[in-house]
Design a protein around this ligand. Structure first.
Ligand SMILES: N[C@@H](CCC(=O)N[C@@H](CS)C(=O)NCC(=O)O)C(=O)O
Length: 229
């Protein structure tokens, strides 16, 4: 059976992408959650991951001895392994658009990722307001995400970015959760899309898991202090 190595569900946005894709598409897999202790070479996380994948990061997919690391490589592999699921859109131009969106997410939006890190259990609208007041680079990322979503939603008439659920939605699901946690004010079409993503069973299952963790990791928490023991 396929095995997917992931990090803490509350924090690990890269892990969330292939996990949501597989759950939503009905691909059966075994989840191997490696808890974040730290990312130091001596950490339990690095020791465990190092034995699985030389890249030493989550997510990692194992398929009968084949090791696929990196979220984008994993979803590409899954699309080829399960062609009948059409994880990418069928039409070549649509597929190119979906891939462009995912590649932009994968290699970009650094300011958004750094200053509004995923934290599913948190509600930090006052932090979101402050960051957006003080950081034009984050504002630019938020605008770009919204215009990318609006263009695709208009072209495909929703409810998902490419019309029906695809890798593109799995790739942006963590951004939906960031916008939610930090109370980012969005265009009405974007708000509707966010509701659609949050209603996906794959996303709900991941969020439920994150909310059950109760595993505060200080090095992933720039804005909250540890709850009382
Ligand atoms: N480009 C990688 C990024 C993966 C990544 O940075 N994962 C984080 C957890 S969300 C990690 O394992 N970090 C460990 C480290 O940086 O050493 C991907 O798309 O999968």
């Amino acid at each position: 059976m396929l095995q997917l190595y992931i990090g803490n569900k509350n924090y690990s946005s890269w892990s969330m992408r292939p996990w949501v894709l597989m759950r939503q598409a009905g691909i059966v897999f075994e989840e191997r959650l490696v808890r974040f202790d730290s990312f130091d070479a001596q950490s339990q996380f690095k020791q465990t991951l190092g034995a699985v994948s030389p890249a030493g990061k989550v997510p990692v997919l194992i398929d009968d001895g084949l090791v696929v690391s990196d979220s984008l490589a994993i979803v590409e592999y899954l699309a080829e392994r399960f062609p009948e699921l059409y994880l990418w859109p069928l039409a070549v131009h649509d597929r190119a658009r979906a891939r462009s969106a995912c590649a932009e997410m994968h290699s970009g939006f650094g300011a958004l990722r750094e200053h509004l890190p995923m934290n599913i259990e948190a509600s930090l609208p006052e932090i979101g307001e402050r960051v957006l007041r003080e950081r034009p680079d984050v504002v630019a990322d938020v605008h770009r995400v919204q215009s990318l979503w609006c263009d695709l939603l208009a072209r495909h008439n929703g409810p998902m970015l490419m019309g029906s659920f695809s890798i593109a939605d799995a790739f942006f699901a963590p951004v939906v959760l960031r916008f939610k946690a930090y109370g980012v004010r969005v265009h009405p079409d974007v708000a509707r899309y966010m509701d659609n993503v949050l209603a996906l069973q794959g996303v709900r299952d991941w969020v439920d898991g994150a909310l059950r963790e109760h595993d505060f990791r200080a090095f992933e928490e720039p804005y909250r202090s540890a709850p009382p023991a």
